[in-house]
Design a protein around this ligand. Structure first.
Ligand SMILES: Nc1ncnc2c1ncn2[C@@H]1O[C@H](COP(=O)(O)OP(=O)(O)OP(=O)(O)O)[C@@H](O)[C@H]1O
Ligand SMILES: [Mg+2]
Length: 378
């Protein structure tokens, strides 16, 4: 009989936190369980990095799974840090009450209805390409859209939109976004020499992004798309806690190494209670421009789709690897704008549509007070 997630959860209710006399499942310290035949993987969340209990808890989890589920199970446990657990373990506020984390930033941008982060565990998977085409795709429906490049170390928007001028400043000392292809754009690359930003540390990045929220004349927006820096480290974690995100999309390529990073990405957003709207697979297959009927699955097939299913997050679609996508990006004219009828652009447009739908669902399920309106496609 094959193993299922419920069996794993039940087994882990036998593992107790030594200081709390409560099991790890009740403490919500186990996340992202994946079962593939006898291979079981999950994240063990701990309140701090290098937690002294990590080693013993991991062994106890393994033991419990072998004892209660399958003697031959192969268990792979990743440890993650969830700072809100500290309060929970110290007997104060419950971990799930992260409303406090988002309450203050909620005021940051009252004119913005939906704030979507585009993230990836790994660099170079096409996050900025997706963010740019998603923003332009949403704007094509008549929505008011902003795109903020939070990748201070490697801003892409100046290139992707071919912008080399400096933005204007209003008399109230607010920065005016540069508008192109129907999208209001702001990037650190407009303002700072990238080499200079290289020496910035995490807190400086966060405060710069906060300033980009408050000191920019964004006006009313239906969507603000945030292009995040690659990875799931401290900078990303702080960023996603600083801004009031409506949801996040995670971009991955089909290779295994990138998929492992998707899992970390999903775990990061769940940790801070930001709904993952879905996973987008980029470079799903290669289609040469002169052989448009061909599909070469050079990085494997359906990897991200499968992982999304296992992680129980929506799969938002696939984007082919095409020279035309790269060319249009290099020329500063995203394909959704430069060649909207092409199959490559269509895959981006379908994804924008699904993101819109995912936001509608997300906002419907959200509490009344935080409900936001969405513009429907005409
Ligand atoms: N589907 C695609 N087809 C062809 N080229 C692509 C595709 N997606 C991305 N690229 C190219 O791959 C390179 C990396 O893409 P991009 O900059 O969007 O990735 P990223 O994840 O934002 O990278 P970083 O982690 O450095 O921010 C770029 O040259 C881009 O034009
Ligand atoms: Mg990028």
């Amino acid at each position: 009989m094959s193993i299922n997630k419920e069996q794993i959860r039940t087994a882990l209710t036998h593992v107790f936190h030594p200081d709390k006399e409560t099991d790890l499942i009740s403490l919500e310290m186990i996340q992202d369980i994946i079962v593939q035949e006898k291979y079981i993987s999950f994240t063990l969340e701990l309140p701090e990095k290098n937690d002294k209990l990590a080693h013993s808890l991991k062994s106890k989890c393994e033991e419990a799974i072998r004892k209660f589920v399958d003697r031959e199970a192969v268990v792979d446990i990743t440890t993650g840090v969830n700072i809100s657990l500290k309060r929970k373990l110290e007997g104060e506020e419950p971990a799930e009450d992260s409303s406090q984390q988002t309450a203050e930033p909620e005021q940051l941008l009252p004119g913005v209805k939906n704030m979507i982060a585009v993230a990836s565990g790994k660099g170079g998977v096409g996050k900025s390409t997706v963010a740019a085409n998603l923003a332009v795709g949403l704007a094509r429906t008549g929505a008011r859209v902003g795109l903020l490049d939070t990748d201070i170390y490697g801003p892409s928007i100046p290139t992707l939109f071919d912008i080399h001028e400096r933005p204007n400043i209003t008399t109230q000392k607010k920065l005016v976004p540069i508008e192109k292809y129907g999208v209001k754009l702001v990037s650190m690359g407009f303002l700072v020499d990238t080499d200079q930003a290289m020496i910035w540390r995490g807190p400086m990045v966060t405060s710069a992004v906060k300033q980009f929220m408050q000191e920019v004349e964004w006006g009313e927006l239906d969507y603000m798309v945030l292009d995040l820096p690659p990875g799931t480290g401290d900078i990303q974690l702080t960023l996603v806690q600083t801004v009031p995100l409506t949801g996040a999309v995670i971009v991955s390529t089909p290779q295994h190494v990138a998929l492992d990073d998707v899992r970390k990405g999903v775990a990061m957003f769940r940790k801070v209670n930001v709904p993952v709207l879905g996973v987008i697979e980029n470079m799903s297959w290669f289609t040469p421009d002169d052989m448009p009927e061909k599909k070469y699955y050079i990085f494997g097939k359906h990897g991200a789709r499968e992982l999304a299913r296992k992680l129980e997050v929506p799969f938002l679609g696939e984007i082919p690897l095409r020279e035309s996508i790269m060319r249009s990006s290099d020329q500063g004219d995203p394909i959704v704008h430069s060649d909207p009828g092409s199959p490559a652009a269509e895959s981006f447009l379908e994804i924008s549509n699904r993101v819109e739908q995912a936001l509608i669902v997300r906002n419907r399920e959200q509490e009344e007070t935080e409900k936001v309106e969405i513009k429907f496609r005409p």
